[in-house]
Design a protein around this ligand. Structure first.
Ligand code: PEP
Ligand code: MG
Length: 568
């Protein structure tokens, strides 16, 4: 058995498919049979071309033309006669192995592209490396796993999954997944919850321990991978899986019911989405609105910047479908663990403390304005609230607001209609929480991003398991900051949401309400459970409990107190 951090609930029983990291040996070797080496190379190219063509068709069907284009570009590279000719020459002239010849030729082109001052060609260097690895894997007969082409039921194991890889997962085939790296609030974990796929992260050594095809069980509740089991254990887990599905179905009763406490205090239970495709989850779980639309995935899904109209159509469709329910759309939060391959960013020592989110938007004004224009135009179609991520100072907000107003003037001049909309900020940096009283005078709402607020308050990287013990949502330091924010909001008559993962934690929900939070926004699958949880408590009790725990000295003490009073 291997332990990991459970990040998405549920059980999965299935066969392992490993997404291998590829470290290749391209050292120079002298070969005797030149013809044989050239033949091997040509066959690898043919195989690569076939794979890329079928990937194109598949990606087009599943994810649309935009994603499919990657494979079209790769196909062109694989067919390039110049590369092929140069590799032939090298093998012939120097009697060297194909891996060495191919690597030398490709690296030559890559260096050439990278030295150019043309962003488009620079980007081609990345594609070239990708295709090079694919050809080499084919030549060496290494199995290639393409996430988009998984068409049988598997449990996916990987050292690491990037957010864009995770976004390609089809829950019909990927029954569950586990990675060796990552934390509870890494973006891959968030997507796993959104897809409803049981998942573990931080599961050490899984890539060495398990073989492709081996049957394993993922326990997404306890955070375990069970590998050595008999029929009895398997039957037990099949039963657990059914019971889990059954419990989920029992929640149906909470649909259409008001989100309120026993004594009738209303709060908003909203859903978080990463794409307009997630709207069906919002509907399925009867959300009171959307409390966080993370727009960065719209950018990550594209090969170049999405145009204003592409964005407008996406936002419009979400707003229309949700109308009159509120939709909070967050402007681009790129940086940290999310990078846009087509946006050249300088390498930073500490990306989470670097040019992320609003810092990047205020620096890349055209990018920011395009998004804001699309958002403001889309406001005509529903109940929009625009939110800025990672605000550290009032002046950042004021600068962003000024840009919003300049766009409104621009649209007025062109007689383009838009509706009134609220402007709010995420509170995820301690400076913003500490200055909430001042910020509240200027903004329409606060949304507390606990994922980041915890990491920045405790100085513990949300992605780093070795400091995971410091990632303490219930630490009085965090609760006190939240209280400062809700007090300021109340004083200035604005509303406060929590849209970090804490907002969907059934143990945290009641205490957050007691602290004065008026909206919780979460992974849609949590909404009905939270509604049921809240309906069993009195608001007045929750307020009292919140006051009590604020006096405590450690997370441990807070949890002990909550266990007594909230039955967690
Ligand atoms: C947060 O930090 O809590 C948050 C909601 O933003 P993200 O997880 O996208 O950084
Ligand atoms: Mg954040």
């Amino acid at each position: 058995m291997i332990k990991g951090i459970p990040v998405s609930e549920g059980y999965a029983i299935g066969k392992v498919l490993k997404l291998e990291d590829f470290s290749m040996d391209s050292s120079k070797k002298t070969i005797k049979d030149i013809d044989q080496e050239i033949k091997k190379f040509d066959e690898a190219i043919e195989k690569t071309k076939e794979q890329l063509s079928s990937l194109y068709t598949l990606a087009e069907k599943k994810f649309g033309v935009e994603t499919a284009r990657i494979f079209e570009a790769h196909l062109l590279i694989a067919e390039d006669p110049e590369i092929k000719g140069a590799v032939h020459q090298k093998i012939k002239n120097e009697s060297v192995n194909l891996s060495y010849a191919l690597k030398t030729v490709v690296t030559g082109f890559v260096d050439l592209f990278e030295a150019l001052d043309d962003e488009y060609l620079k980007e081609r260097a990345t594609d070239l490396m990708d295709v090079f690895k694919r050809i080499l894997k084919n030549a060496l007969d290494i199995e290639i796993v393409d996430l988009a082409s998984i068409n049988h039921k598997v449990i996916l194991l990987a050292h690491e999954l990037t957010p864009s890889e995770t976004a390609q997962i089809d829950p019909n085939y990927v029954l569950g997944f586990a990675t060796e790296t990552g934390g509870k609030t890494s973006h891959s974990a968030i997507i796993a919850r959104l897809l409803g796929v049981p998942a573990l992260v931080g599961a050490k050594d899984i890539m060495h321990t398990y073989e492709n095809g081996q049957e394993i069980i993922i326990d997404g509740i306890l955070g375990e991978i069970i590998d050595d089991f008999d029929d009895e254990v398997k039957a037990l887990y099949t039963k657990k899986e059914k019971a889990f599905d059954h419990a989920n179905k029992a929640l149906e009763k909470m649909k259409g019911v008001a989100s309120q406490t026993l004594d009738g205090y209303h709060i908003t239970l909203a859903g978080n989405i990463g794409s307009s495709k997630d709207l069906n989850h919002i509907m399925d779980y009867d959300a009171d609105g959307i409390g966080l639309y993370r727009t960065e995935f719209l950018y990550l899904d594209h090969q170049t910047f999405p145009t204003e109209d592409e964005q407008f159509n996406d936002y419009k469709s979400v707003l229309e479908k949700m109308n009159p329910k509120p939709v909070v759309i967050r402007t681009l939060d790129i940086g940290g663990d999310k990078n846009l391959p087509y946006l050249k960013m300088v390498n930073e020592m500490n990306p989470f403390l670097g040019k992320r989110a609003i810092r990047l938007s205020l620096d890349e004004k055209e990018l920011f304005k395009t998004q804001l224009r699309a958002l403001i135009r889309a406001s005509a179609f529903g109940n929009l609230k625009i939110m800025f991520p990672m605000i550290a100072t009032l002046s950042e907000f004021l600068e962003a607001k000024e840009i919003v107003e300049s766009i409104q003037k621009e649209l007025d001049a062109k007689h383009i209609k838009y509706n009134d909309f609220e402007l709010g900020i995420m509170i995820e940096i301690p400076s913003a929480a500490l200055m909430a009283d001042s910020l509240a005078k200027h903004v329409d709402f606060f949304s507390i991003g606990t994922n980041d607020l915890i990491q920045y308050t405790m100085a513990a990287d949300r992605m780093n398991e070795s400091v995971g013990y410091l990632y303490q949502p219930f630490h009085p330091a965090i609760l006190k900051l939240i209280k400062m924010v809700t007090d300021a909001a109340k004083k200035h008559h604005i509303w406060t949401s929590v849209c970090g993962e804490m907002g969907g934690d059934l143990n945290a929900g009641p205490i957050l309400i007691g602290l004065g939070v008026t909206e919780l926004s979460m992974t849609p699958t949590q909404i009905l459970k939270m509604r049921r949880m809240i309906s069993t408590h009195k608001y007045s009790d929750l307020q009292q409990i919140a006051l009590n725990v604020l006096e405590l000295e450690s997370e441990e003490q807070v949890l002990f107190e909550l266990k007594k009073s909230i039955h967690i």
